[in-house]
Design a binder for this molecule. Structure first.
Ligand SMILES: [Zn+2]
Length: 425
């Protein structure tokens, strides 16, 4: 452990309490601070959550951990060509062979298993119990090493009850953190962050399967000869994205173009060659291309019809500033600086890496980003709940998580992929 070496907690830096609040958006933490909560923290950074803005994708990136199998616990296995996991696996997922990503090994505290479903029925009770258990466990932990806790109840509270109820919960958390800071003193740095944000709209279902069925596709749970299905679309949580797997690679572009006219779909992306992705939506079509020269990454945005990612003004600004090379590529750094606060934060690198790097082991063929106010998911969950908020798409409310510290002033925006040294270093 670090505590035995020359560096680490209590040696070259204070001991750290890392506390992740599932699904709390940057704007909600800003509003809480306006009300006087969390005033011992420095200004919160916007932590840019990768697309699709889901817990396992985000936390494995933020902690530099192994890629989870899929976007959620129900996922499509591309070698077995069938759906795997789901509710029964979910209940048992914390036995070591089923851990979805190695970041879970680092957690000192997470809620008891049963809470993950109870949260949809009794979100306030689950949240209160979760917070009290965390406080008790943290008190009993050794003071010589970091402590990492993940409070999942905030996500359920926002989904089911909305921001007013979360505001009450944050007041209780503020009290607990004040008490911890009084007890532990300045030798303990508290780092509070979230994995992804959330849109705070009432959300409606997108009729994805019906629409694709009407366009001649057959959606099933495997691509065996008996099933005759040519698409699989895991449906689990009620979230603002969909991951589509195609039995036949030739169907990929057709699936994306047939979704253009479906209400609630913002855009779809798919791989388009070795170093490009295609973006297809109701607002137009474009390609995002990457090139690597002398170890530096550069991106180019080519709209072939309108401007689906609303980047034309930024492209002009980059051109005016002399940041585009003769082929129209700009550096990854320039794109990030100019789009960190865009309606789609950091869209070129974010969407490109969602398909061309291993955010999950079984990457989808088509990733769909829904508009705010729409979700796709498992219908029994939908019957159980009224959805007051959700996340998953590439828009700003879901992409802007937060990160703040009692001891360090952090940059105004931080990509998930470079957060690990700030959290664990
Ligand atoms: Zn959620």
């Amino acid at each position: 452990m670090q505590s035995n070496g020359e560096k680490g907690p209590g040696k070259t830096r204070p001991r750290r309490l890392l506390l992740c609040l599932d699904g709390v958006p940057h704007e909600v933490i800003e509003a809480a601070r306006q009300r006087g909560l969390f005033d011992s923290f420095r200004a919160p950074s916007r932590l840019l959550s990768p697309f699709p803005t889901m817990t396992n994708v985000a936390l494995s990136a933020m902690l530099g951990a192994t890629a989870p199998l899929g976007y959620e616990s129900l996922y499509f296995d591309k070698s077995a060509r069938e759906l795997r996991g789901g509710v029964r696996k979910y209940i048992g997922w914390r036995t070591p062979d089923k851990i979805p990503s190695s970041y879970m090994d680092e957690l000192d505290y997470q809620e008891p298993l049963a809470f993950e479903f109870l949260v949809y029925v009794a979100p306030e009770k689950v949240w209160r119990t979760d917070m009290q258990r965390f406080r008790a466990r943290f008190r009993a932990a050794p003071q010589t090493r970091d402590y990492f806790a993940f409070l999942k109840g905030t996500d359920g509270l926002l989904h089911i009850r909305g921001p007013k109820h979360l505001a009450v919960a944050l007041e209780s958390l503020d009290k607990i953190l004040r008490e911890i800071q009084t007890t532990c003193g300045s030798e303990t740095e508290t780092v509070l962050f979230s994995d992804h944000g959330m849109n705070l709209f009432e959300n409606r279902r997108v009729h994805l399967k019906t629409h694709l069925h009407n366009h001649g596709f057959s959606v099933g749970s495997s691509f065996s000869e008996r099933s005759r299905a040519n698409l699989a679309i895991p449906a689990f949580g009620l979230c603002g994205y969909a991951a589509i797997y195609c039995g036949d690679q030739e169907a990929v572009a057709n699936v994306a173009s047939s979704l253009v006219e479906l209400e609630g779909v913002d855009f779809s992306i798919y791989k388009d060659g070795a170093e490009a992705i295609a973006v297809t939506g109701a607002d137009g079509a474009a390609r995002v291309e990457r090139k690597q020269t002398n170890g530096a990454t550069r991106y180019r945005y080519i709209a072939s019809n309108n401007d689906p990612l609303q980047l034309q003004p930024i492209l002009e600004a980059l051109n005016q500033a002399g940041k585009l090379d003769e082929e129209g590529f700009a550096s990854d750094k320039d794109w990030l600086e100019n789009t960190a606060n865009h309606i789609y934060p950091d869209p070129l690198a974010n969407l490109y890496t969602s398909l061309h790097t291993q955010r999950v082991k079984h990457t989808a063929d088509v990733l769909v980003s829904l508009r705010d106010g729409y979700y796709y998911g498992w219908s029994p969950f939908a019957r159980l709940t009224r959805l007051a908020a959700t996340h998953g798409n590439a828009l700003r409310p879901s992409s802007n998580a937060f990160l703040m510290s009692t001891h360090r002033t952090l940059p105004p925006f931080i990509r998930a992929d470079v957060a690990q040294p700030l959290l664990r270093g």
